[in-house]
Design a protein around this ligand. Structure first.
Ligand SMILES: Nc1ncnc2c1ncn2[C@@H]1O[C@H](COP(=O)(O)OP(=O)(O)OP(=O)(O)O)[C@@H](O)[C@H]1O
Ligand SMILES: [Mg+2]
Length: 113
């Protein structure tokens, strides 16, 4: 099992979700509105928010937990649909996931995804 976590531009979200929905077997998606900065700490971005001393850029985080065999398709879809080519396009992180518990059924592991 893997967790795919992507930080993308807000205006790309609709397009990314539309394309992810086309992937057969996609089990679920979590979306959060977040703020952050990359290497140039917001200076390469159009819209920044001043929080104390820090310039933070609003972004969207997408989290998806999947079987290993869907990871490449998901990562490729996000990279293709979230891309503009300009600084600040975001990143995709892939990590191994140890366990999943489905609260309704108490199923554990891959079957619970
Ligand atoms: N190493 C990181 N760890 C955690 N979050 C990150 C990391 N790099 C980027 N992010 C998140 O992704 C957002 C977009 O980062 P961004 O695309 O600007 O990265 P970058 O390394 O500066 O690349 P670019 O040169 O394309 O701007 C940041 O606002 C932050 O929320
Ligand atoms: Mg950057």
């Amino acid at each position: 099992m893997k967790e795919v976590k992507a930080i993308i531009r807000q205006f790309k979200l609709d397009n990314v979700i539309t394309e992810l929905h086309k992937i057969e077997g996609l089990p679920g998606i979590t979306i959060s509105e977040i703020k952050g900065f990359g290497k140039f700490k917001g200076r390469d971005e159009e819209i920044t928010i001043s929080e104390g001393l820090h310039q933070l850029v609003p972004k969207v985080k997408i989290e998806i937990v999947v079987h290993n065999d869907l990871v490449d398709e998901i990562v490729n879809t996000i990279q293709r649909t979230a891309h503009t080519g300009n600084p600040g396009d975001g990143k995709i992180f892939v990590t191994n996931l140890e366990n999943v518990v489905k609260i309704r059924t108490n199923e554990r592991g891959e079957i619970a995804i």
